[in-house]
Design a protein around this ligand. Structure first.
Ligand code: SF4
Length: 263
């Protein structure tokens, strides 16, 4: 890479780690370009958080969109909802807009993976994009991220009281308790998510967000009670709420979602 032509890009997701990284890098790399890949299916809290983050950074966060949107791609994939096995949403709504924005430029892409995580970030196969991991390099962990956010005044994203990650409101990676959270905090979005679920009358095949039940089934009072009871059982240990969410959701679930969606 020719040093003087290198662009520095930090893709924020609306999640805590990329927000903290943006703040951490603000004065270290003043020429940083901040971008957000918007699926247009994000939580309202995410958009609010990004607006506040812009205020803290004193810099604009450029919104990148696919231009066609989720419903277009759902149609192309003949109604098959995305899943962990067929994650077309990430490619078309997150990664491609980012790669189009980068173009052929030589880019250093800043990724907010922490030192206490073992997962990998989005590593572009494009040779002109070089990922770097400043938190890993500096040994910064979960508590450092929380501290950076608190000291900046922005704090954690508001959805953290009921959901662990940013991303689409209907993200199939979310846990049952988070679907319950969506129902309780955004019944309109829960209803929209439910409307995407279909039954093929010819084959009986169900297209649902969760493997084993529809959102209509999940929203029945006895299921909500059972899901809450299971959640309470898993969170018996007395640890602070946000840490509890982090432990439960980050350690053993969401099946390593795309970091570009959720960091
Ligand atoms: S947040 Fe979930 S549904 Fe949205 S693009 Fe990422 S993986 Fe797909």
């Amino acid at each position: 890479m020719e040093i003087d032509k290198i662009r520095h890009i930090l893709c924020v997701s609306g999640g805590k780690d990329s927000a903290a990284l943006a703040i951490y890098m603000r004065d270290r790399v003043p020429q940083m370009e901040y971008v957000f890949c918007d699926t247009e299916k994000e939580l309202p809290e995410t958009y609010d958080y990004l607006a506040r983050l812009e205020g803290v950074l004193g810099r604009p966060i450029l919104t990148l969109r696919d231009g066609r949107g989720f419903d277009h791609w759902l149609n192309i994939f003949r109604g098959y909802l995305p899943s962990s096995q067929m994650r077309w949403c990430t490619r078309h709504l997150k990664l491609e807009p980012f790669e189009r924005y980068v173009g052929d430029s030589s880019v250093i892409s800043y990724v907010g993976i922490r030192a206490d995580e073992d997962r990998e970030g989005y590593i572009s196969t494009k040779p002109n994009i070089k990922p770097v991991f400043p938190f890993k390099e500096a040994g910064l962990c979960y508590t450092d991220v929380v501290r950076i956010l608190e000291e900046s005044g922005i704090g954690l994203p508001q959805y953290r009281t009921w959901r662990s990650r940013s991303g689409c409101y209907f993200c199939f990676f979310q846990q049952k308790i988070e679907w319950v959270g969506l129902l309780e905090h955004h019944p309109d979005l829960f209803e929209l998510a439910s409307q995407y679920e279909k039954v093929d009358n010819a084959t009986g095949r169900r297209f649902t967000w969760c493997d084993n039940e529809s959102l209509e089934e999940l929203s029945r009072s006895e299921r909500i009670e059972a899901i809450k009871a299971e959640y309470a059982r898993r969170t018996e240990r007395q640890i602070p709420t946000d840490r509890r969410l982090a432990e439960i959701f980050e350690d053993d679930s969401w099946e390593r979602p795309c970091l570009v969606c959720t960091l």
